[in-house]
Every structure is written in C-alpha cells, then in structure tokens.
Design a protein around this ligand. Structure first.
Ligand code: NAP
Length: 406
C-alpha cells in the first residue's frame, strides 16, 4: 500500500518510512540534473538509515514533456498529486515565450499557495567565491511568493486595459501619465500575505537558534506596499514573538546594543543598502524576509557570493504542501550534454530531507558535497574556476558523491 505523508493539525508532518514523493524532472538540463539528484538522495537515505527508510519517487508531469503527452503544460492532475502527497521536488521548467503565458514555476507556486520561497546561501569550503571572506556567509532568504509585481497584473502600453488604468490614475494625481504610451504594472502587498511570510521567517529563526531577522524593503519610497510590509513585519515580531525577539531599536534604547541572552534581533534595512550590507558585513545578517521582487534579486546575489547558481537550492512552502527546486533555470544550451552542476537540486533535496525530519540523510549529502569539492572533483562551472580541478560530468559528479558517503 502507498505510504502517504500526513499533515497534522499543528502543521507538522507525519512521515512514513517509505513515503511517496512526486517529482517533475524538468525541461532542458532538468532530466540530467534530476537523474543525478535521485541517485544521490537514494544513496544518502540508505547510508543514513540502511533499509529502514526509502523514498518512493513518483513521476508527475509538467513542462514540455507534459505538453507532448497531454496537450497541457501544467496538468491539473500534477497539482492534485502534489496536494495529495504534500512534498514534491522538481527540476527547472522552461517558460514558453509569448502568448502571455504564465511561468509554470510561478503557476505552481501560486496555484498551490506556496507562499514562502526559502533560499539558503551558505558557503561551502573550497568553492571559488568573488568575496574576500565567503565563510562568513550563512544567510537564508524568506521571499514572499504570491504577490508584489510578480503577480503578473500588468498591461501593455496602448491597450484598452492600460488606457483605462492610466485614466483612473490620472484622476488621482497632479502629474498625469501619458495615456497612449504608458504600460502599467500593479504591485499588491497585503497584510495577510506579509504576516504569514514574516511569521514563518521568525519561527524559522526561533526553531534554528538564528541570531537575527532582517526585513528588506523599499518602504521609504513605496510607503503603502513595501512600507506596509515593514510595518506588518514588526507587528508580527512584537505581538506574536514577544519573548523571542528584540527589535534593533529597543536593543540600542534599552540594552546599549548588547543582545540579551537568547533573544533574536528583529531589524530592517532599505533594499539598496541591503545589497552593500550583505557584501561588506555578511556576518551581521542571518534570516532575511523580503517581498517577492527584492527577494528575487538578493537571493541571486547571495547565490553568486557563495559560488553561483549551480549550488543554489530552494524550497517553496505553504501551509499544506511544499515543492523543492533549484534557483536556476533550464540552462538550455547544455541540455542533454550531461554537463551541468546538479548541486542546486541535490541541495534542494537535502532541504527536502530536513523538511521530512530526515536530518541524518541531509547531513550525509552535505558531507559528501564538501568532500567532493575539497577533492576538486567538480562539474564544469566550478572546474573552470578551481586550478587543478578534475572536471566531472553531471552523472559522474553524482556517482562521486555516492561513493564518498559514509
Ligand atoms: P538559467 O537556466 O538559470 O541559466 C543561466 C546560466 O546560469 C547558464 O547559462 C549557466 O551559466 C548557469 N547555470 C544555470 N544552471 C546551472 C547549473 N545547473 N550548473 C551550472 N551552471 C548553471 O537561466 P536562463 O538561461 O535565463 O533561463 C532558461 C530557462 O529557464 C527560461 O525558460 C526560464 O524561464 C527558465 N527558468 C526556470 C526556473 C525554474 O524552473 N525555477 C528559474 C529560472 C529560469 P554559464 O553559461 O556561465 O555556464
């Protein structure tokens, strides 16, 4: 009989020993990366638990393969399967250009209400980095996933919708917009969606004994969207985590900057400043909570600081299910060449194992990855930056990780 992960009333998971986990192998380089990831996940679980635990992977369709087989890019059944099994993992998917089609990745996140995009950026020893002290980088981004400019409410200049929107705006502003040449995008940010994201970020900081949570925003300019994100964020911290957090303001007003034992500092930084802060003072930043667009930018910057997109994992998590995926796309020029770095989906898989509570298996993966990199046995993206490296194919890299697991 199928073993299905169950969601408990308090939001935690009951995970059987052989849970069914659906996967989407993805487009472009996706199949190469997924095949490599799958053998690494299987081997890590076996190394950690012997024959006592095993993931039963189940293929589900999305992207080009889904379109060829079903005529749909994202079949309804795929979303239903993720809802049923609660946890899924995916390779990257192409966004077909034109026809106003939504990105499939954005569609999956929105349709399943996976409101928190969680992206860790932690330095792995031996990875080439453009930073002087990359070992100080250990941050995790909580990016709002369901609203902001990415919601996709926008109208092209000259269309009826854009003209209607402009004429409405022109009734409210002293400086009218040009009706026929102005495109319009809408940036909704709501109290409910902000608060659940920041609640998750602070709860993560509490559960993992992190030092601080920084709200990244541009509220000085966009007062009722990004400014509101900031205000609602502090409300969550101050009203719901009273014992756990201290605001930076209070820290200086009442404690002369000395953090009271066990407290997590809740602070905020304006988005443009945030970029220089993480580059120049990385050890001062830990958990970062951001609206969608800021979160997108800062996570790619942090990924580059710790070695690039080939090692940047991610998870999209909602109240009822979670989908783990790489930060990078399909890298189409490398499709079918068995060349790219599967590290990003492998690390996303390690995040998935942590989500299941299978931390020992996740630790096995991190240790194997560290060993391969210190031994300079890496894929092309790292090999071209590490003098004396041995370049491995995508599948060879996976086998190298498996061989070193203990
Ligand atoms: P991309 O696929 O992320 O590739 C950009 C570059 O990043 C690659 O040319 C490569 O750099 C590097 N890279 C990406 N994946 C890598 C890996 N596994 N190992 C090593 N290097 C890697 O971005 P794109 O070319 O802009 O997008 C291609 C398609 O992916 C588009 O259809 C886009 O919509 C889609 N996309 C999907 C997702 C997702 O599924 N979540 C996310 C982003 C984009 P070098 O050329 O320097 O080697």
């Amino acid at each position: 009989m199928e073993e299905i992960i169950q969601l408990n009333g308090d939001g935690s998971l009951s995970v059987p020993d052989t849970p069914v986990i659906p996967y989407i192998s993805g487009d472009g380089t996706g199949p190469d990366i997924w095949n490599a990831t799958r053998i690494v996940l299987d081997e890590a679980v076996k190394t950690a638990y012997g024959n006592n635990k095993k993931i039963s992977f189940k293929k589900i369709l999305a992207g080009e393969e889904a379109y060829e087989k079903t005529g749909e890019w994202l079949p309804k059944e795929t979303l239903e399967q993720i809802q049923k099994y609660k946890v899924a993992i995916k390779g990257p998917l192409t966004t077909p250009v034109g026809h106003g089609m939504r990105s499939l990745n954005v569609a999956i996140r929105q349709d399943l209400d996976l409101f928190a995009c969680i992206r860790p950026a932690k330095y792995i020893m031996g990875v080439p980095s453009p930073c002087n002290e990359p070992e100080k980088i250990d941050m995790i981004i909580f990016r709002e996933n369901t609203e902001d400019l990415y919601l996709g409410i926008e109208w092209e200049a000259g269309t009826k919708e854009a003209k209607d929107a402009v004429s409405f705006v022109n009734t409210k502003t002293a400086k009218p917009l040009d009706e026929s040449t102005t495109g319009i995008g809408i940036k909704p940010i709501s109290e409910k969606n902000t608060k659940r994201l920041i609640r998750k970020a602070i709860q993560f900081a509490v559960d993992h004994h992190r030092k601080n949570v920084t709200i990244m925003h541009k509220g000085n300019i966009m007062k009722f969207t990004e400014g509101a994100f900031l205000k609602w964020g502090y409300e969550v911290g101050e009203n719901e985590f009273t014992d756990a957090i201290i605001t930076e303001q209070n820290l200086w007003d009442r404690f002369d900057g000395k953090i009271p034992e066990g407290k997590i500092v809740l602070k905020d930084r304006i988005a443009d400043n945030m970029f220089q802060q993480v580059l120049l003072r990385p050890s001062e930043y830990d958990v970062i909570a951001a609206p969608n667009l800021n979160g997108d930018y800062i996570s790619d910057l942090l990924a580059a600081m710790v070695g690039g997109l080939g090692l940047a994992p991610g998870a999209n998590i909602g109240d009822s299910c979670a989908v783990f995926e790489a930060t990078h796309g399909t890298a189409p020029k490398y499709a079918g060449l068995d060349k790219v770095n599967p590290g990003s989906v492998i690390l996303s898989g390690a995040m998935m194992l942590d989500h299941l509570g299978w931390h020992e298996a996740s630790d096995v993966i991190h240790a194997a990855l560290q060993k391969a990199i210190l031994n300079k046995k890496v894929t092309y993206d790292l090999a071209r930056q590490i003098p004396g490296a041995i370049e491995l194919k995508c599948s060879e890299f996976a086998r190298e990780l498996c061989a070193s697991m203990v």
